[in-house]
Design a protein around this ligand. Structure first.
Ligand code: HEC
Length: 477
């Protein structure tokens, strides 16, 4: 008998003959706790975003049936990629089929605790980042925001000034909310202030509480959406020359500005050892996209971002980012020049945007941040190589607006000059889309979460463009 064949495997094999399996039902202490502790506890512990703790038998037992239902449906842990990615991403939190079977057999078998000694729950050391080994050089913070006990609290968009006056290079950032239980996700961009705008006190959203850090645009309206509108007129500080060409450049569609990202159980962005990322001298404002949720009691929260700077002379490469959308084909028709995408029609269930960017020099792809709103269902990134073959780089096959993740490839992918990266995006404004708030309305394009967005963002390095400090690139000041 091989030692890795656990008794539970036999339980699964004899599920038909139920009585025989009685003694072999997986137990919490032996089989279930190790799974819950490694795959669920990050979020399912006191003070985190999930509604209940799964850190002990007592806490988990009442949830046995719900646990089975959620893991069998693959709704927990939240994960949105296709099942067998060609290029695995780092920190993928998915259950194996064997682990799903254990949790299901445990629930079906009466969710026993077991007679084995209870395993030690994982220890979480909050507010410490051991991965870098030194204190951050900078801490940037939002104002403290009051979150009401109940009601809708949409995405909000806050602006603060950075302490930087010149190009600043960093190797890592971490976003850390002071209150995790209300924090769903957040992202930060380093941007230039839109011309003619000002930052001050204002409503966090229409009808929402007054807070600091609200941006009023030159036309007097408030930027309270998903922030992307602002991002659209902020120009990149580090665009390599080829970004300056192509029709889309006129829209300012390169976004090197993402500097931080937070999702439950995550929040740490670290670039590989030979790379840095730049905050351009002109991008002196931080635009915080904050998604908080209500918990049933009034809460307060501040988001902090820690930044570990880096000497660019020690780095070989600079990470840059861009939307893959030099060319856009909407529902099979290419948009010409500055033509806008048509709105998504009521009940339209297959609105497609295929957008692409061609690389005329070799690049190494690092990560992806696909962003859409509530009608977004799928975004798939495909590399079309110059020799004609294609491969999928990332397929967010079950996209959900609520869970915006940043996907770092486990192994960065090198693309030769002439490769086209294509983003294939699907929107569904029908009733089939469970999170659709209003299929009967037409959905325009815009920054608000009730509008739609198309943001196929990719970060990469230009393989030939080594040594970030030696060149003055076009667009830099
Ligand atoms: C990244 C954070 C995260 C991880 C990891 C995670 N969960 Fe959850 N879980 C949540 C959140 C947030 C909710 C509540 C919202 C929802 O249902 O989407 C939830 C809800 C649930 C529910 C439904 C609770 C209810 O009120 O009915 C169950 C059951 C559950 N999770 C089980 C699990 C199990 C089992 C795992 C591990 C295999 C897991 N979760 C991993 C965040 C997480």
């Amino acid at each position: 008998m091989k030692s890795f064949v656990t008794p539970f495997v036999s339980a699964v094999l004899v599920l038909g003959a139920y009585s025989l399996a009685e003694a072999q039902v997986p137990t919490f202490n032996k089989d279930v706790a190790p799974i819950l502790y490694s795959k669920c506890a990050n979020c399912h512990r006191p003070g985190e975003i999930a509604p209940m703790s799964l850190l002990s038998y007592r806490a988990a037992r009442p949830w046995a049936r719900a646990i089975k239902a959620k893991v069998v449906a693959r709704e927990m842990p939240p994960w949105f990629l296709d099942d067998n990615p060609q290029h695995p991403v780092a920190d993928a939190n998915v259950l194996t089929q064997a682990q799903i079977n254990i949790l299901a057999a445990w629930a079906d078998g009466g969710a026993p605790e077991g007679t084995e000694p209870a395993p030690q729950p994982p220890q979480f050391v909050d507010n410490v980042n051991a991965a870098i080994g030194r204190a951050p050089e900078y801490t940037l913070s939002t104002p403290t925001i009051d979150i009401p006990a109940s009601g809708q609290f949409p995405n909000i968009n806050v602006w603060t000034k950075t302490p930087f006056t010149e190009n600043t290079f960093f190797e890592a950032t971490e976003m850390r909310p002071t209150n995790r239980s209300v924090t769903h996700h957040a992202g930060t961009f380093a941007l230039a202030m839109p011309p003619g705008s000002s930052i001050g006190r204002g409503p966090a959203f229409k009808g929402g509480p007054e807070i600091d850090g609200i941006l009023t645009k030159s036309d007097g309206t408030i930027d309270d959406g998903a922030g992307a509108e602002a991002a659209e007129f902020a120009t990149s500080q580090i665009s390599p020359a080829y970004f300056d060409e192509g029709p889309r450049r006129a829209r300012g569609n390169t976004h090197n500005g993402i500097i931080g990202h937070y999702a439950p159980a995550g929040g740490f962005l670290k670039y590989p050892a030979d790379m840095v990322k730049r905050i351009g001298a002109a991008n002196q404002y931080v635009n915080w996209l904050l998604h908080y949720t209500v918990t049933g009691k009034p809460e307060k929260v501040r988001m902090d971002m820690f930044l570990w700077t880096s000497d660019p002379k020690k780095a070989k490469y600079e990470a840059v980012g861009s939307l893959m959308d030099d060319v856009e084909i909407v529902n099979g028709r290419e948009l010409i020049g500055r033509e806008r995408r048509p709105s998504i029609k009521p009940f339209e269930d297959k609105y497609t945007v295929v957008s692409m960017t061609a690389f005329d020099s070799p690049v190494t792809i690092l990560n992806f941040w696909p962003h859409m709103h509530l009608r977004g269902r799928q975004m798939k990134f495909v590399a079309a190589y110059p020799d004609g073959h294609e491969e999928t780089l990332l397929d967010v096959a079950r996209y959900q607006f609520d869970w915006q993740l940043f996907y770092f490839l486990e192994k960065p992918v090198k693309l030769p000059a002439g490769t086209i990266v294509r983003a294939e995006t699907l929107y569904d404004n029908s009733l089939k889309n469970k999170v659709n708030p209003a299929p009967q309305i037409e959905v325009p394009w815009g920054a608000m979460s009730w509008d739609e967005m198309h943001f196929p963002f990719v970060e990469f390095v230009l393989d030939n463009d080594v040594q970030p400090w030696t060149k003055r690139r076009s667009g830099t000041n």
